[in-house]
Design a protein around this ligand. Structure first.
Ligand code: CU
Length: 174
């Protein structure tokens, strides 16, 4: 089969682009730890307030660290806010966010970090991340969820590990 030289060149260009994009996907997966969510855990969004994990007094930074030493944070997303509105977490430690929506589709995103996930009603979203530097970070909703979407954000304060203390009981906030 004869393939014209010009056509061949364009084939190589197309092939090169495919390899470039595949390379970018694998690079971000391996080097920056960016993965599609592989976590499917269901929950009844209409009765979060009655649930074992997402009842009002169980939200926020958890008093007990997980078995591997990471700090667990539970948040509920609802029109229009993340609850609790403010959390304090330590820098340099693994943070496991667990999020559930009480109404519609929301997103959770902390700009300039790899903390980002959709919060689909009926499912628990889990994101594991580390904040290397202390500071104040906004936690934003990045899925349009209604008229108040622009105002849907919470404050995440990352504190130097030596100054951070776990809350004495679940749900307790600064
Ligand atoms: Cu939202």
């Amino acid at each position: 089969m004869h393939i014209d030289l010009l056509e061949k060149r364009w084939l190589y260009v197309a092939l090169g682009m495919i390899l470039l994009f595949l390379g970018a996907i694998f690079y971000t997966a391996w080097v920056h730890n960016v993965h599609p969510p592989g976590h499917a855990e269901t929950i009844d969004s209409a009765s979060l307030h009655l649930s074992e994990e997402f009842a009002e007094d169980k939200l926020g930074v958890q008093a007990e660290p997980l078995a591997n030493g990471s700090v667990q944070v539970r948040l509920v997303a609802g029109r229009y806010g993340f609850y609790p509105r403010e959390i304090e977490i330590p820098a340099g430690r693994t943070i496991v966010f667990r999020l559930a929506s009480m109404d519609v589709l929301h997103g959770a995103h902390i700009p300039m970090t790899n903390m980002g996930t959709m919060i689909v009603p009926g499912f628990v979203s889990e994101v594991t991340t580390v904040f290397p530097k202390p500071g104040e970070y906004p936690l934003l909703c990045n899925e349009y969820c209604g008229f108040g979407h622009d105002h849907m954000w919470s404050k995440v304060t990352v504190i130097a590990p030596e100054n951070w203390h776990a809350p004495t009981k679940g749900g307790q906030q600064p």
